[in-house]
Write a protein that binds this ligand. Structure first.
Ligand SMILES: NC(=O)c1ccc[n+]([C@@H]2O[C@H](COP(=O)([O-])OP(=O)(O)OC[C@H]3O[C@@H](n4cnc5c(N)ncnc54)[C@H](O)[C@@H]3O)[C@@H](O)[C@H]2O)c1
Length: 336
């Protein structure tokens, strides 16, 4: 199969993503486009003149997040035949592959499903893309991949040591993306994201601490703050991530996409509490199994190779996000 893929990819050639010259309208598939980050990417691509096809099984996504200007196909990326038929029908210029089983605790509960979606699903995406000569931008994870006890900030050359199946499946998926790029010459990209926050992030998962805290502040209840507020993360605003994914398009390689700034979770809580203007007190709890103590990414490669760096300072991003999330909570309440 590799040889067949290689020949076909060479024959078709990878499409010119930078200019889109000679094309009537550039088209993009966004897997996971009904999710938090994917829906923002869809909006940016539409604004940039792309025709956008969203592929999402709505397991964690929300149809209402998808712009009516994009087409949504409800499809499980593990279903290879259905995926291949759709990608061949669309013939996109690029595939942004964000669909994933993205919950660490779900990955511990059901590692087989985590593997099916994150590894087999990614192989399905990258395989059909490579055969058609279409570059893939794949969203991997910075935090869950590198593990604890690594140099801070952590560079891309650090050998991954994930603490949970989710990190393992993302690492395996990265390997397929890179290998398929190497043998075919199609420029696939891996973006290892920090802790992304922003409007539309669900407060109902286990991750997305900004959204979870915001919801607690909105309803006036105390959130659990694990690790007694000491664990650190590299928080990056969703708008910055979307710019990075677009800047990374057609650029072969692996890039950390974050800020390079290490922030403890208690500081995030305090900033949000100030934005909310309340005096709600958090409930301090021990770190959960599989959770990292520290995470902060070295982002110099993305700066030098992609000309990208995060622009939204955490304090500003948190205030904007809190306001936007409160509007979303209100609007959901009024619809209920
Ligand atoms: N949010 C973060 O902080 C963060 C950090 C690192 C990496 N990432 C990665 O970025 C990507 C997007 O994350 P997000 O925060 O927007 O998550 P999300 O859960 O909001 O979005 C993922 C989307 O994928 C869809 N999906 C799941 N399984 C699917 C399947 N089998 N077939 C089709 N669609 C499926 C879900 O319905 C959802 O809409 C994921 O790949 C995630 O692993 C996110």
């Amino acid at each position: 199969m590799l040889a067949a893929c290689f020949l076909e990819a060479e024959t078709i050639g990878s499409k010119d993503m930078a200019s889109g010259e000679g094309q009537d309208q550039r088209s993009a598939i966004v897997t996971g486009g009904a999710g938090f980050i994917g829906s923002h990417l869809v909006d940016a691509l539409l604004a940039d003149g792309y025709r956008v096809e969203v592929v999402d099984d709505l397991s964690a996504g929300d149809r209402s997040r998808v712009s009516p200007q994009a087409r949504l196909t409800e499809l499980d990326i593990v279903d290879r035949d259905a995926l291949v038929a759709l990608v061949e029908e669309i013939g996109p210029h690029v595939i942004y592959h964000l669909a994933a089983q993205a919950s660490v605790t779900a990955s511990v509960r059901d590692p087989s499903r985590d593997c099916a979606v994150n590894v087999q699903g990614t192989l399905n995406v990258v395989d059909v893309a490579t055969r058609l000569g279409v570059p893939v931008v794949f969203t991997s994870t910075g935090g869950a991949l590198y593990g604890d006890d690594v140099p801070i900030p952590t560079g891309e050359e650090q050998i991954p040591a994930p603490l949970a199946p989710y990190g393992a499946s993302k690492w395996a998926a990265e390997a397929y993306v890179k290998t398929w790029s190497l043998f075919s010459g199609v420029p696939h990209t891996v973006c290892r994201l920090g802790n992304v926050y922003g409007p539309r992030q669900s407060p109902h998962g286990e991750a997305g601490v900004v959204s979870i805290f915001s919801h607690h502040l909105y309803v006036g209840s105390s959130p659990k703050v694990y690790g007694h507020g000491e664990p650190t993360r590299d928080y990056v605003y969703v708008g910055d991530v979307v710019r990075a994914l677009i800047a990374a398009t057609g650029r072969r390689g692996t890039f950390n996409i974050a800020t390079g700034v290490e922030t403890d979770v208690m500081s995030v809580w305090r900033e949000l509490r100030d934005a909310a203007g309340t005096d709600v007190q958090p409930e301090l709890a021990d770190l959960r199994p599989g959770e990292l103590r520290r995470s902060c990414l070295d982002v110099s490669l993305a700066a030098s190779e992609l000309g990208w760096r995060a622009e939204v300072a955490l304090a500003d991003g948190l205030v904007e996000t809190y306001k936007a999330l409160v509007d979303e909570f209100r609007s959901k309440e009024s619809q209920a």
